[in-house]
Design a protein around this ligand. Sequence first.
Ligand code: NDP
Length: 332
Amino acid sequence: SREWHLVARPQGWPTADDFALVEAEVPEPGPGQILVRNLHLSVDPYMRGRMNDVKSYAPPYALGEPMQGGAVGRVVASGTDAVPVGAHVLHGLGWREYALVDAAHTVVVDPELAPLSAYLGVLGMTGLTAYAGLLRSAEFAAGETVFVSGAAGAVGSQVGQIARLKGAARVIGSAGSDEKAALLTEEYGFDVAFNYKKAPVAEQLKAAAPDGIDVYFDNVGGDHLEAAIGALRLHGRAALCGAIAQYNDTEPAPGPRNLTSLIGKRITLRGLLVADHQDLQPEFVREVGGWLREGKLRYRETVVTGIERNLDAFLGLLRGDNTGKMIVSLPE
Ligand code: NDP
C-alpha cells in the first residue's frame, strides 16, 4: 500500500520535494476498526494550510506522517458487525491506498443513490459548504443579486446554482478562463460570468452588476473581496469561505482598502466553516439530491487517476486545472 507523507513544510508554492510517496504495510483491523480500500480521494484547498506549522481550525500535517483528507472506499476487512466487508464508507484518511479507520469515524454511503465520488463533492463537504454558506452565513433571500468567485470550482458552481434555484434576481460568477466563464452561463444558468484574468475584477463586476450586489460568496479574497465590497449595496452580506488567491503567500496580504465603506452601507462580512453546519446535512441532501434527480442542478468533476498523481491533482487544484470538484480515483 502506498501513502503520501509531507516531508518538508512548503515555503510559498509547494514543490514535489516537500512530499514523498511511501510504501507501507497493509494493517489488520482490530475490534471496532475497518480496513478500507480507498476508491476516490479528495484534494482540497484547505490542505495547503495544514502544510504550515500554524495553529488553525485543522491541525497541521505532521512531518514524515501520512497526510489526511476526505476519501471514500470499500471495506475489505472488518473488526465490527456495524460496518461489514463490502460496505462503502466516507472517512478522513485520504492520500493513501488503504486506510485503517475506527468504524465510528466513518459514514456508510450508498453507491446506488449516487456515484461514490459525489459524496466528496456535490453531495459532500463542498456541497454543504455552498448550501450553508449561501443560505445561512450570507442569509441569501429570493430576489437578491449574488456574486460568487471561484465560480467554476466545486463550491462556487454549486453556490451559483443554488442561488438561481432559490430565486435570485441575478447571479454573477468569476472564473479563471473564458471556457470556465462560458460554462457558467451556458450550463449552470448564471446570468453573467467573467474571466478575472482579463481585466480588473472591479471593472468587470461593475459591468456585470451596474446596480450592485446584495450577496458576495468569497472563495478567493484579495482584489475579488475588495471589488465585491465596492459593489455591495445597503445591508449587503458577504460569506467569507476561502481566500485561495492568498494561500501560497509568504507575507500576509494587505486588507481591502475600502473597509470603511462597510459602515455607511451597514455591510456584514461573516466567516464560514462548514464544520459548524453539520445540522443542515439532512436538509441539504434532501434538497440538493432532489435537484440532481430532476436535472435542475448540474455538476462536473475533474478526475485524476492513480495514487502517484495525488500530489499533481492537489497542485493542479491550486493552479485552476480543475472544473468542478477535483477527485483522485484509485481503480482496483
Ligand atoms: P475549487 O474547486 O474552487 O478549486 C480551486 C479553484 O480556485 C481553482 O480551480 C481556481 O479556479 C481557483 N483559483 C486558484 N487560484 C486563484 C486565484 N489566485 N484567484 C482566483 N481564483 C483562483 O475548490 P473548492 O470548491 O474546494 O474550494 C473553493 C474555496 O472554498 C477555497 O477557497 C476553499 O478554501 C474554500 N472552502 C472553504 C470551506 C470552509 O468551510 N470555509 C470548505 C470548503 C472549501 P480558476 O481557474 O477560476 O482560477
